[in-house]
Design a protein around this ligand. Structure first.
Ligand code: GLN
Length: 550
């Protein structure tokens, strides 16, 4: 047992200051990794103080990517970082939102559980927040539970959470709780100085709420100097050895190594009274090295909606990078908004300068004719193609129009009036009126057909992949699509639903109804992404199509 004395769970709480998007998620994932390589059992919770019950109904421009868990949660993208760094599948209820908290409390009030009492933020809301944190700690013998409080200290919405974690220190003791504050240190663009004042103010705000941080992580574009560190320690009232820096990195997976080299992991263990084993970083360093070693450039056009915010498709980005590292390819991604092709269809030609084309998930009709043009362009020019969910569906529409001669084919989502709805609403979706959490979500088994590229990549007749969709390939069109050369290489186990298609006559042209990117991990890329990037690399080099793992 790595913990000295009584085995109990320790709690680390991470708050953010100065700005949102300051990289708290990566810091918490890195802290978790540092503890994990010391032999500790950890897990992570993400708190999002907004009123939505989950982020499934939010536009990526509002929120960034919606990450999907095995158990069908539509959750915050930071949970994707935790899964990738910690190599674990996290349950959806470890993403807590204000919507969930209030829903539970108000439901209890209606049931009469609080009869006679006035229901208040303190204690009823704060108790429910604590219950959800303690529930995670009780779930398994975790040594450490890390909790990230989303947003920035000072936000009105975040106050009940800060109050709850302030109380947790009283309940669990100083020695079992650590507050980590991550805040931006901007570099003055005229003088080049690292400015710590905004960070100092955010620490003051935290103290006003009753929380004195134990560790401060300065988020800066570069490694901060000793003067800035000393100032942060002085004004933050913490020891100089508890100030660390999270600088910009080329590859996010380097961050735990950088923070640990600064002493963060050892300090955390000392502070929590944990007698941990020496860290074994070797497997992680091998993975990080594989990213540094990947040197053969591959240019991929990522076509979709919401492309002006790179956070919209963060897991796809990561999955491509993981796949690139596994085959020596340095993947460079250009984000292309498909709406541009609709205004001037001939501009789709610009895609020819790329080594491969990935068409992304999406919803609604904006930009969809552009998706179809892009998918068709890749097939006609025999460019490696990977279509994910909407990119899978609209590549089938392109094939129906241009190969099967169904010139007005569409998805009924895009054009409800189409005479040929090759994609149609799934039957179980028809009666639904609520939009939240009602898609076909989470992990479902997929049966892979032998003697297909999908089988050579996945090397299994059954895989389990994460989903998020309402529409599916219309069974009425299976025959015409197949008779024109499309192969359905993955189906749902009952044989009713198409999950993977491929075109054997193309160099590499594949689509998946599911989202393989959510299960891709550094050092263990998803096979479909691997196949795609490898195909881009080989095609660029003028070599025949790889046989993959055959
Ligand atoms: N809009 C499509 C559907 O609901 C695709 C969803 C997606 O790309 N995640 O089926």
């Amino acid at each position: 047992m790595p913990i000295k004395g009584q085995a109990l769970t320790r709690y680390i709480f991470v708050t953010g200051g100065v700005l949102s998007s300051v990289g708290k998620g990566l810091v918490i994932a890195s802290l978790g990794k540092m503890l994990q390589v010391r032999g500790l059992k950890v897990t992570a919770i993400k708190i999002d103080p907004y009123l939505n019950v989950d982020c499934g109904t939010m536009n990526p421009y509002q929120h960034g990517e919606v990450f999907v868990t095995e158990d069908g949660g539509e959750i915050d993208l930071d949970m994707g970082h935790y899964e990738r760094f910690l190599d674990m599948d996290l349950p959806k209820d470890q993403n807590v939102t204000t919507g969930q908290i209030y829903w539970t409390v108000i439901d209890r009030e209606r049931r009469g559980d609080y009869l006679g009492r006035c229901v208040q933020i303190v204690p009823h809301i704060t108790d429910e927040i604590k219950r959800r944190i303690y529930r995670v700690a009780d779930r398994a013998p975790y040594d450490v539970v890390l909790t990230e409080i989303g947003g920035t200290v000072g936000d009105i919405e975040g106050l009940p959470y800060l109050e709850a974690v302030r109380q947790i220190r009283l309940e669990k003791g100083f020695e079992n709780t650590v507050y980590v504050h991550v805040a931006l240190v901007p570099v003055h663009d005229i003088t080049g100085e690292e400015k710590t004042k905004p960070l100092q103010h955010s620490v003051n705000e935290l103290r006003r709420i009753g929380i004195q941080p134990d560790i401060i992580v300065a988020r800066c574009s570069r490694m901060i100097g000793s003067d800035a560190k000393a100032k942060i320690a002085l004004f933050g009232t913490i020891s100089g050895e508890a100030v660390y820096c999270s600088p910009n990195v080329k590859c996010v997976y380097e961050l735990p190594l950088i923070l640990d080299a600064e002493g963060t992991g050892d300090y955390l263990c000392r502070r929590l009274g944990i007698e941990a084993q020496k860290p074994d970083w070797n497997p992680w360093k091998t993975v990080v090295q594989s990213f540094a070693d990947a040197s053969q450039p591959v240019m991929i056009a990522l076509c979709g909606k919401y492309t002006s915010l790179t956070d919209s498709y963060i897991s796809i980005n990561e999955a491509l990078t993981h796949a690139g590292a596994a085959c020596g390819a340095k993947v460079k991604i250009d984000w292309i908004e498909t709406e541009a092709f609709e205004e001037e269809p001939s501009t789709v030609e610009r895609l020819s300068s790329y080594d491969g084309l990935l068409v992304t998930p999406g919803f609604g009709s904006r930009g969809t004719e552009g998706y179809i043009l892009a998918a068709n362009h890749a097939r006609v020019r025999d460019m490696p193609y990977l279509g994910i969910c909407f990119g899978f569906q609209l590549a089938i529409v392109a094939f129906a129009r241009h190969v099967c001669g169904l010139t007005e084919a569409s998805s009924a989502e895009v054009n409800p009036e189409t005479p040929d709805p090759v994609l149609d609403l799934m039957p179980e979706q028809r009666e639904l009126t609520y939009k939240g959490a009602t898609m076909r979500l989470g992990a479902h088994d997929v049966s892979i057909k032998r003697d297909t590229i999908a089988y050579r990549l996945y090397r299994s007749e059954t895989i389990r992949e994460r989903h998020r969709h309402r529409w599916e390939v219309n069974p009425a069109y299976w025959n015409i699509l197949q008779s024109h050369g499309m192969v359905f290489s993955g189906l749902s186990p009952d044989g009713r639903r198409v999950e993977v298609f491929e075109l054997p006559s193309s160099y590499f042209y594949m689509g998946t109804q599911f989202h393989p990117e959510f299960k891709s991990r550094p050092g263990r890329p998803d096979p479909a992404y691997y196949g795609f990037v490898k195909a881009c690399l080989e095609k660029k080099a003028g070599r025949p199509r790889p046989q993959f793992y055959a």
